[in-house]
Each structure stands twice: as structure tokens, then as C-alpha cells.
Design a protein around this ligand. Structure first.
Ligand SMILES: [Ca+2]
Ligand SMILES: [Ca+2]
Ligand SMILES: [Ca+2]
Length: 256
């Protein structure tokens, strides 16, 4: 149904007088002619703006998430590297600690063994001088039998290498066999290990081979001493006197 509506608008008077209401007459069709366009346009603009805003927000959030992910991944990777390095260092230190601990236990055991062996050597009549151990017999035997006794103990008759060793043997104050002989060839003196004689301590009148003398003793006492260290005398090997064994291995004789 067609209707007529009165629409009043304010009309400014040119003279500044009170505006007069102007009466305009529109039909209802004229009034609602743009209704569809208005209703259609307003929601589209708002929705598009919202969509753009939401899209930008999503992009920002996505960029933030990617940044965080990359940052986390990089930090995580660095942390993993540091953890691997620390773990490797820890493993190395643990291995070194175990080796040192084992070495410490070995040294401790060796020390105890050495102390026990020293005790044993003393109780078995051995004494240490320099780098060797010496056994001074309490019995008397021939040169050959004396050597056999030394060999039974894992040693041999003493070989004299220095003035100090010669002096040590002299201070025993005994006539003792030493490991020197020329029984294989006269006047070709050899030590029991096969070495040639290079440094000797013969008494001035010796060796004289007076009674087919092929073995050597440290002669004691000596009434006339021209040189304190010159105490060697060749003697028949069948004579019965004391003897001295020598070894550098402290433990071989422990079992005898
Ligand atoms: Ca020696
Ligand atoms: Ca001889
Ligand atoms: Ca002689």
C-alpha cells in the first residue's frame, strides 16, 4: 500500500532567522529504494576490514611462531653441542681417574710387595748395597759348591764392578770366594757371567798360581796392606772358605 510521509528538514534562512521547517513529501517506495544497497554495502565493508585485520594478525602470529621456533631450534642445537662436549669431557676425566686409581693401586701393591721382600731378604740373610743384594754364607765350601749354592738362590758368585763394591766386600771381614776364575785357560781371568776382567784388585804379589790356583778369594786378614782395596788372591778351587752371592733381583731368592 502506498503511503505518503511528511519529512521535515531544517532550512537555513539566508538572513540568519529561525530556520523554517520545509516540508518534503516522499512516497514509501522512494524512501526504501536504497535500503537493499545500504544493507548490502555496510556488512561487506566491515567484514572485509575484519578479514584483513585477522589476516594480518595471523601473519604476525605465524611470523612470531616461526621466529620462536627458529630461535628455540638454534638454542637447542647449541645446548646439545655443549652437552656433548661436557659429556665427552666427563667421560675423559672418568677414564683418566680410573687409570690413575688403577695405577695408584698398582703402586700401592708394588710398595707392599717391595716392603715384604725387603723383610724377607733380611730374614734370609740378604743385604742390599747399591743396586744389588748380597748373601754372605755362614758355611764354608769349595768354589764350585759355593757357586752351586748361589745358583740355587737364583744368584751367582759376586762380580765386582767398582771400588765401592770391593770396599763393601772387604768390610765383611771374611775370606770369601768371588766369581772370578781362570780354570778354563790359565791366566785368562773371567767372571762367572763370561765377562773379561777389566778392573782388578790383586794383592801386589798375586796372582801367582802357586798351587794350581784357578779361583779367587778376597783375602783377610792381610798383615801388610799396601792398598786398602787390593785384597785378591788366587787360590786352589778346592779350598773351603766362605762365599758371597750377588743378585739384582730381590725376589728370586725369597722362595729359598
Ligand atoms: Ca757386582
Ligand atoms: Ca791359575
Ligand atoms: Ca795365590
Amino acid at each position: 500500500m502506498d503511503q505518503e510521509l511528511d519529512i521535515y528538514v531544517n532550512v537555513e534562512e539566508p538572513s540568519g532567522n529561525r530556520p523554517k521547517r520545509k516540508r518534503m513529501v516522499y512516497t514509501s517506495e522512494q524512501i526504501y529504494a536504497n535500503e537493499t544497497e545500504i544493507r548490502t554495502l555496510e556488512p561487506n565493508r566491515t567484514g572485509r576490514a575484519c578479514s584483513v585485520f585477522l589476516g594480518l594478525l595471523c601473519l604476525l602470529l605465524l611470523a612470531g611462531l616461526i621466529t620462536l621456533f627458529l630461535f628455540y631450534t638454534q638454542e637447542n642445537s647449541e645446548w646439545d653441542k655443549k652437552m656433548v662436549q661436557l659429556q665427552t669431557s666427563y667421560n675423559n676425566l672418568t677414564e683418566e681417574h680410573d687409570q690413575l686409581q688403577k695405577r695408584f693401586e698398582d703402586v700401592k701393591k708394588e710398595s707392599k710387595d717391595f716392603e715384604r721382600k725387603l723383610k724377607d731378604t733380611s730374614s734370609f740373610g740378604w743385604r742390599k748395597f747399591g743396586t744389588s743384594y748380597y748373601y754372605v754364607s755362614t758355611e764354608q765350601k769349595t768354589w764350585e759348591k759355593s757357586r752351586e749354592e748361589c745358583q740355587k738362590k737364583g744368584a751367582d758368585l759376586v762380580i765386582i764392578d767398582s771400588d765401592e763394591e770391593q770396599e763393601f766386600l772387604i768390610n765383611l771381614n771374611k775370606r770369601v770366594w768371588i766369581g772370578l776364575t781362570d780354570k778354563d785357560e790359565e791366566d785368562d781371568w773371567k767372571w762367572v757371567n763370561g765377562a773379561n776382567l777389566t778392573k782388578s784388585y790383586w794383592i801386589s804379589s798375586q796372582p801367582d798360581n802357586q798351587e794350581d790356583e784357578d779361583c779367587v778369594e778376597i783375602h783377610y786378614p792381610l798383615k801388610t796392606i799396601h792398598n786398602a782395596l787390593s785384597r785378591w788372591n788366587d787360590l786352589p778351587c778346592s779350598y773351603i772358605i766362605y762365599w758371597v752371592c750377588e743378585t739384582v733381583d730381590v725376589c728370586q731368592h725369597c722362595k729359598h
